[in-house]
Write a protein that binds this ligand. Structure first.
Ligand SMILES: NC(=O)c1ccc[n+]([C@@H]2O[C@H](COP(=O)([O-])OP(=O)(O)OC[C@H]3O[C@@H](n4cnc5c(N)ncnc54)[C@H](O)[C@@H]3O)[C@@H](O)[C@H]2O)c1
Ligand SMILES: [Fe+2]
Length: 375
């Protein structure tokens, strides 16, 4: 068994200034971020680096057009090192900026042009969700070979950043909604990798369980004391999302991510929220179809963390999550009855890397059933 435990070197800093000093940030550095993160945290240091703001290239999650525009605007020989500071979207784009430029973005995502790392990448997450700072994935909204829009993960070890710096202070401006959606995404990474049937490794469970403990304790505090309770717990949340990233780097994500990608890609639902719309139903199906496998262990773990019985574990978990992000039916995101069939085809055509990690065989019938019941 080969295991990449933690490929990047990890650092934790109190604030951006400490990081900039340690890494001598300046000429030759491309800092890829958002202006609303730059202004409160970086502007005052007057560094000689080049700062580029993602929002100049369009709002929201990375897309094929956005990546083309970014490559066009930032010449490859204009920087020696990439520093990406932001949510999963910024980190996924920053990871691409470390690669040799492909002929087209489409070819890169459809594996017709190889991913080759040529510049060092430092990743600094400012949300507590994706774990992208440690993973070998970069996700974008692309058109597939059938012309259908979906989200696709480009997977290559060349994408793993060289260095990760956690600066919990930089999460204090993260508004409630993206906080909630990213924290739920991290929880789903931990759970999907925990239940992954064949790719679990010597360490994936260790990091996954620790991530679940930290996140559920944070959710419990928020459930009791309200959203501001997160502010004293940001270090734990950003550490947990890193741990969950390490867990799914090893063991992989599965059904929830596979089924959420067409939804996110078509209706621009934030990543964590589109996962969450499917998550409780997927767990319910897993438990109904194969109650005596790893899910029994999972329920024990959840029962221990939440202090409830194993029989109540999934219901208590769903209840707690609902306090963080109210669960909505898919049609409220624009999802239609017709999507049930076309999304099922899209999942099977484009998301095999995730489908293979499903806890129970993910048949077309099961996909249709889950979408229908979440409709
Ligand atoms: N590479 C991977 O392994 C991986 C895994 C899961 C998801 N993803 C991708 O990551 C993206 C989702 O990432 P996300 O959940 O972090 O969302 P995001 O990157 O879209 O950020 C959410 C929102 O919060 C804002 N924001 C971020 N940090 C802030 C801060 N400190 N202060 C104020 N506002 C801030 C962002 O600008 C954005 O509007 C999706 O594109 C998804 O496909 C990648
Ligand atoms: Fe995710």
């Amino acid at each position: 068994m080969r295991e990449i435990l933690i490929k990047p070197t990890l650092y934790k800093f109190k604030n951006f200034g400490e990081f900039a000093k340690e890494f001598n940030v300046g000429k030759g550095d491309l800092v890829f971020t958002n202006e609303f993160i730059y202004t409160p945290f970086m502007k005052d240091y007057n560094l000689d680096a080049t700062f580029v703001f993602q929002e100049k290239f369009g709002a929201g999650e990375p897309s094929e057009e956005m990546i083309e525009a970014i490559f066009e605007a930032i010449p490859f020989d204009s920087y020696d090192r990439v520093i990406c500071i932001g949510g999963g979207a910024i980190m996924d784009l920053g990871k691409l900026l470390g690669l040799e430029r492909p002929d087209t973005v489409h070819n890169l995502y459809f594996k017709k042009y190889p991913a080759t790392k040529t510049k060092p990448v430092i990743a600094i997450p400012t949300t507590c969700g994706t774990g992208s700072e440690v993973t070998e994935i970069s996700v974008a909204i692309v058109k597939d070979e059938a012309g259908q829009t979906t989200k696709l993960g480009l997977v290559s070890e060349e994408l793993i950043p060289n260095t990760v710096c956690l600066i919990p202070d930089m999460l204090k401006t993260l508004p409630w909604k993206p906080f909630a959606s990213s924290a739920i995404d991290a929880l789903i990474h931990a759970v999907e990798s925990y239940l992954s049937p064949s790719r679990a490794t010597m360490t994936s469970e260790l990091f996954g369980v620790k991530a679940m403990e930290l996140i559920l304790e944070g959710f419990r505090r928020i459930g009791e004391n309200g959203p501001d309770a997160r502010l004293d717990y940001l270090e734990e949340f950003v550490t947990a999302s890193l741990y969950a990233g390490i867990a799914f780097l090893q063991a992989g994500c599965a059904t929830v991510h596979a089924m959420s990608f067409p939804l996110g890609g078509t209706y621009h639902v934030p990543h964590g929220e589109s996962n969450y719309a499917l998550f409780p139903k997927v767990l319910e199906k897993y438990d109904a179809i194969k109650p005596d496998g790893k899910i029994a262990e999972f329920k024990k773990t959840v029962a221990r963390i939440l202090g409830c019985s194993e029989a109540d574990a999934l219901a208590k978990l769903a209840e707690l999550e609902n306090k963080i992000l109210p669960l909505k039916p898919l049609h409220e995101y624009g999802f239609t009855q017709d999507d049930i069939q076309t999304f099922a085809d899209s999942v099977l055509a484009n998301q095999q890397r995730l489908v293979v990690n499903s806890y129970v065989p993910l048949t077309r019938d099961l996909i249709v059933e889950i979408y229908s019941e979440c409709y």
